[in-house]
Design a protein around this ligand. Structure first.
Ligand code: 5GP
Length: 186
């Protein structure tokens, strides 16, 4: 028996890089891993489920949760807020679990200040042209949102040097295996 605290993994990468797909494969292959479900004020997409992909909540509810200290970190991305619910993460860490936060770079920086031992993994696209192709082909955003996401992506990719590990998502199987190997070695 051990009371060892769990490990926090910060999983970042630009919109459209395939983070969710890589993460789904990783979680399917290792069901000891715990994924945190984030809060967001953005609209739900057609293929998403409330409580599975995100907790889709109003801005008022989000702000209330911040005031009540229920949010571990949060950031504005585009016009929306995204954040990590604190309670479940604290509980999983105290149980010694490896907890994965899918999070953009500002949130990751906040977490690093609270949990310096958190491990950052950044998923890179093979190229920015390929990222644009992927973002367009998924067809979930309008042109304005795509441009905004590409602008954010360029800034995020520049910050990938601050992460402990980077993984290029060219081939899904290779990328997800690389992520699994990193996590298993922690
Ligand atoms: P999307 O709208 O594509 O689902 O997510 C937009 C961005 O928000 C992505 O970079 C995603 O990783 C990030 N994100 C998702 N959940 C959280 C969170 O809880 N906190 C922060 N800071 N970013 C998040």
């Amino acid at each position: 028996m051990t009371n060892k605290n769990g490990v926090l993994v910060l999983f970042s990468g630009p919109s459209g890089v395939g983070k969710d797909t890589v993460l789904d494969i990783v979680l399917n292959k290792d069901n000891s891993l715990q994924r945190s479900i984030s809060l967001t004020t953005r609209d739900i997409r057609e293929n998403e489920v409330d409580g599975r992909d995100y907790y889709f909540i109003s801005k008022d509810k989000f702000n209330n949760m911040i005031e009540n200290g229920e949010v571990l970190e949060f950031a504005q991305y585009g016009k929306n807020l995204y954040g990590t619910p604190k309670g479940p993460v604290d509980k999983w860490l105290s149980e010694g679990k490896t907890v994965i936060l899918k999070i953009e770079v500002q949130g990751a920086q906040q977490i690093k200040k609270i949990y310096p031992d958190a491990v950052g993994i950044f998923v890179l696209p093979p190229s920015m042209d390929e990222l644009e192709n992927r973002l367009r082909s998924r067809g979930t955003e309008n042109e304005e949102d795509i441009q905004k996401r590409l602008e954010i992506a360029r800034n995020e990719v520049a910050k990938s040097v601050d992460y402990d590990y980077t993984v290029v998502n060219d081939d899904l199987d290779i990328a997800s295996n690389d992520v699994l190997k990193i996590i298993n070695a922690l």
